[in-house]
Design a protein. Sequence first.
Length: 232
Amino acid sequence: MKTTTLLRAGFALALALPVAAFAANVPQTFTATYNVLQGDSPLGTATIHLAPAGGGQFVYTNQSKGTAGLAAMLGVSASETSRFTWAGNVPQLVSYTYAMEGFKPKTRDVTVQGATVQVQDNKKSYSYPVQPGMVDRNTLPLALGVALGAGKKDITMPVAVKQAVESQQFKAAGNEQVKVTAGTFNAVRVDRVDEKKGFTAWYVPAKYPVPVKLAQTDGGDLTLELVSYSTK
């Protein structure tokens, strides 16, 4: 089971910002749990957790596990761990690690070393220049939620992927009613609007920094629906 490839926002922020320079309204600690569906069928669960790590850094983890169907039979689980510093309202990348166990195990490590991003993807290595305000695929949904909370409607984010930094573009497309386990919400729908598309998320930015629902076609028609959220 693949974890979702999540949102990213490109703000013109200097890398020279001190590690402790973050906006007062950005989240510091929370835990969010989701049901993961493939199409309309239950596939697994995902737990996202944010916590301070000292030295101005934060750790953001996404643990997902197959609990139904083939994903459960094969014992599929995946983990994503990001370290970042708040550069204004942006969770700026320090390092990212991905590991999937079960069917076709995969790993990826992304590390910022000076002005270069170093990537180890299974047995292949890549490197490319750092961009200011760069996030990773794990922290992208968080970056989008914080941007919406700051009043942004059109969001462009530099995302560190396998071989380069992608400039991903998103647009708030209006409000829609969304019903998930956590409740029924009048949510802001956000669509990816660059050439790749295939991503829609629904946010309640006054209440949560992460989406209440996320749907993507890239990686197997996956949907995440919020079950619970706490500031712990």
